[in-house]
Write a new protein. Structure first.
Ligand code: GLN
Length: 242
């Protein structure tokens, strides 16, 4: 971070922003401002170049066709790679998560190359679409409370040797491989199947992104009663029998 300004980049809101994923940008922005940070938020449409000077990049979920278009444009653009090489943080959801991997199956049923920023490969699940509430225990190395989210995807994601599972599901399908893993991360690049928006349900992850961006171990606490109420409501809902 330079000039004491946090640069937050929301990638392709015109293609990738299902299930309120825009909320992730709002939550990071607000929690940064509550800590007195100056935030420059840049919403980059798919016909615009991705800036390389961002601190935190957010990518949301999307339907199959917009997902292919977004992958094509991000590959052609090439700047997200450069940003990650410079130490940027990337947090991606669902279609965005699949795009960050090596490849996924596109809307035409073909193998579509991703960006290779995460060591994961997504295929089309043979079973039912994974839809519903998710409760997951985050990787103990990250030391954060349980995660709550909502998933809706057909893709199934296999982790390669250098990707760590972000979490393990208690309820829900997560990566959909049957091994109980949910999402993946590697260094400063994160992916999850959880919408919600996931950072409104889990502000602890928004704070993790901020801590990485600021290179600090702790942030001043803020009043999280509203978030706690939302979290408890969603955790209870997930635990209700279907
Ligand atoms: N199209 C992808 C799938 O179904 C991602 C869906 C999403 O982002 N919700 O797997």
């Amino acid at each position: 971070m330079s000039d004491n300004q946090l640069r937050l980049v929301w990638i392709y809101p015109d293609l990738l922003s299902t299930y309120g994923d825009q909320g992730n940008a709002l939550v990071v922005e607000r929690r940064a401002r509550q800590r007195g940070l100056d935030v420059a938020r840049l919403d980059v449409r798919s016909d615009q170049p991705i800036p390389t000077s961002g601190d935190i990049y957010l990518i949301g979920g999307g339907e199959d066709r917009p997902q292919r278009l977004a992958a094509e444009r991000l590959r052609r653009d090439g700047h997200l790679h450069r940003a990650v090489e410079n130490g940027a943080i990337v947090f991606s959801v669902c279609a965005g998560y699949q795009i960050l991997g090596h490849e996924f199956i596109n809307d035409l049923g073909q193998r579509e190359p991703g960006l290779g920023l995460l060591d994961v490969v997504s295929v089309r699940g043979e079973g039912e679409r994974c839809v519903g509430d998710v409760l997951a225990d985050i990787d103990p190395q990250l030391g954060l409370p349980q995660l709550t989210g909502f998933e809706n995807h057909q893709g199934v994601t296999h982790l390669g040797p250098t990707a760590r599972p972000l979490a393990r599901v208690q309820i829900g399908k997560g990566n959909g491989t049957g091994d109980g893993t949910e999402g993946a991360y590697n260094g400063t690049v994160f992916g999850t199947y959880m919408h919600g928006p996931v950072l409104a349900r889990n502000p602890q992850i928004a704070d993790l992104l901020l801590k990485l961006a600021l290179d600090v171990n702790a942030l001043p606490p803020i009043d999280d009663r509203w978030y706690e109420a939302l979290r408890n409501e969603r955790i209870e809902a997930a635990q209700q029998p279907a």
